[in-house]
Every structure is written in structure tokens, then in C-alpha cells.
Design a protein around this ligand. Structure first.
Ligand code: ZN
Length: 272
């Protein structure tokens, strides 16, 4: 058991709630961290939302998400870069220290080509991130998304990309849902930990069976991931930040969101 001091929730987790409600409800339950998804900011002034979060005595942990760099067409690649530059500005206005980068992939385009485009995209936006003091965290996604969401599918690969740039503003996201299966996970966590590159730690669980590749994530304790063990590895590797609950679930989005929020806190206290 431990308290809620390091608990953060992603706004996508309670997708039915507008961000104003999410802030109010998270705060009322004692949650201190919030990661903001960009769609939650639609039609809103990021600066005002940041102010609202801080006046609830909460912290913005990250802005989700940037990335999706690959595109078969150079104009599309530039569009992705421009959108990421906007995300960096948005993060600065919001007061988010970190942007989560989902690298991207294009069905039918070779993984190596996509990887080159991802690296070019990072190269194009990193100076702006440094200028505004925003960190960029590469989130490797589970290999089931290698076709259309990420050609970076292991922490090992994300670490390799970070080493190419060797910038204090570029690091990794350790998301248990995407990485729990990785053979040398502990060693790879140590590798980025020693370099000071673990920027965030995301939690949820892997259900058996998983009935939807995108929107059937489980509550902590509901699946097969040993979250406490991975948490210990990231802690031992020097990470002492938030534990961010990120659950996409058609099932939970249909629930009463207050009940769901209470279940999240219960599951967090018991299983993490
Ligand atoms: Zn994540």
C-alpha cells in the first residue's frame, strides 16, 4: 500500500469527461497528476487549462501526444513536423514539461523507411523543444501496432534512437502495456535510467483475452502484467516521477466515470 502522491491520470482514461470535469473529479479524489490529451484541449486555451490545473493544486505531467512522423509523401512529412511544432508550443502554454511521442508507421511502407522519417522528424523538432525547455519522450508501442502506429516496438529500439541524438531533451516513456513482454526489459530500463532518459512511466494491464487491439486495456491487477515488478525496476533505475494511468477501454468508458475513477484508485493502491 502507498498513498496517491505519485498517481497521475491521463484524460483519455476518462474520455467521456470534458477536461474541466476531469480536473474537478480527479482533484476531489486526491489525484495530484494529470496528463492532458490534445483532443481534450480542442476549443480551449491551453494556458487557461494549465492555470485551472495548477489552481486545483495539481501538476501537468505531460501532453499526449505528438509524433506520427512517417508519411509516404514529403508534404505529409512536413505537415507532421508542423503539427509537432504546434504541440511543443501548446505544451509550453499549458505548462506541460513533456510531450509523449508516438513514433508512427504507415501500412505498406517499410519499417526502415518509417524509422528514417521518424528520426528526421525528431531532428526537425528537437531544437524547438530545447528552446522552450520541453522534453520529448519516445513511446515504443507493442509490436501489434507496427503496421500503423509505431515502427519502434521495443525499449531497446527507443534507447538506440535516443543514443543517436544524445540530448537531455530526448528520452523514453516506459509503458508497461507496450513493454511487459520484452526479454531484456530490466537491462533496457537500466540502460535509459543510467542515462537519465526515463521521462515517464505509464500503467494499465493486459487482459487475456484482449478483445480489441486498441480499446480493451485493463485496470491494474486485471491482467497478466507484473506492474509492481516493473515499477521497482524503473525506481531502481533512478525514476521517481508519476505513475500514470492510461487506459483506453470501450468497457470502462461506458461505465459511470466516478465509479471508474474510484476503481482506478483502488486498483492503484492494491496492485502498483
Ligand atoms: Zn502510454
Amino acid at each position: 500500500m502507498e498513498d496517491l502522491a505519485q498517481l497521475c491520470i491521463h484524460t483519455i482514461t476518462t474520455k467521456p469527461w470534458p477536461i474541466e470535469i476531469a480536473i474537478e473529479k480527479y482533484h476531489a479524489q486526491g489525484v495530484r497528476g494529470i496528463s492532458v490529451w490534445r483532443q481534450a484541449l480542442d476549443g480551449r486555451d491551453p494556458f487557461e487549462i494549465g492555470k485551472r490545473i495548477r489552481s486545483a493544486n495539481m501538476n501537468v505531467v505531460s501532453l499526449c501526444r505528438g509524433g506520427f512522423f512517417p508519411d509516404p509523401d514529403p508534404a505529409g512529412q512536413q505537415k507532421a513536423i508542423d503539427d509537432n511544432l504546434r504541440a511543443i508550443d501548446q505544451a509550453a502554454e499549458l505548462g506541460a514539461p513533456l510531450i509523449v511521442l508516438v513514433p508512427g508507421a504507415i501500412p505498406g511502407q517499410s519499417l526502415s523507411k518509417s524509422c528514417t522519417q521518424i528520426q528526421k522528424g525528431i531532428e526537425a523538432i528537437l531544437p524547438r523543444a530545447i528552446e522552450l525547455d520541453i522534453k520529448l519522450g519516445i513511446e515504443a508501442l507493442h509490436p501489434m501496432y507496427a503496421d500503423s502506429r509505431s515502427t519502434i516496438n521495443s525499449l531497446s529500439h527507443a534507447n538506440d534512437v535516443c543514443e543517436i541524438f544524445n540530448s537531455p531533451n530526448l528520452g523514453v516513456i516506459v509503458d508497461v502495456y507496450h513493454l511487459w513482454w520484452e526479454r531484456n526489459l530490466k537491462a533496457e530500463i537500466n540502460r535509459c535510467g543510467q542515462a537519465g532518459r526515463i521521462f515517464a512511466f505509464h500503467i494499465c494491464d493486459w487482459k487475456t483475452p484482449t478483445i480489441d487491439m486498441l480499446n480493451d486495456r485493463g485496470l491494474m491487477g486485471e491482467g497478466c502484467i507484473d506492474i509492481a515488478k516493473i515499477r521497482k525496476w524503473v525506481n531502481d533505475a533512478g525514476f521517481n516521477g508519476y505513475h500514470e494511468v492510461e487506459i483506453f477501454s470501450d468497457i470502462y468508458w461506458q461505465m459511470d466515470q466516478i465509479e471508474f475513477l474510484k476503481k482506478i484508485i483502488e486498483a492503484y493502491l492494491f496492485h502498483c
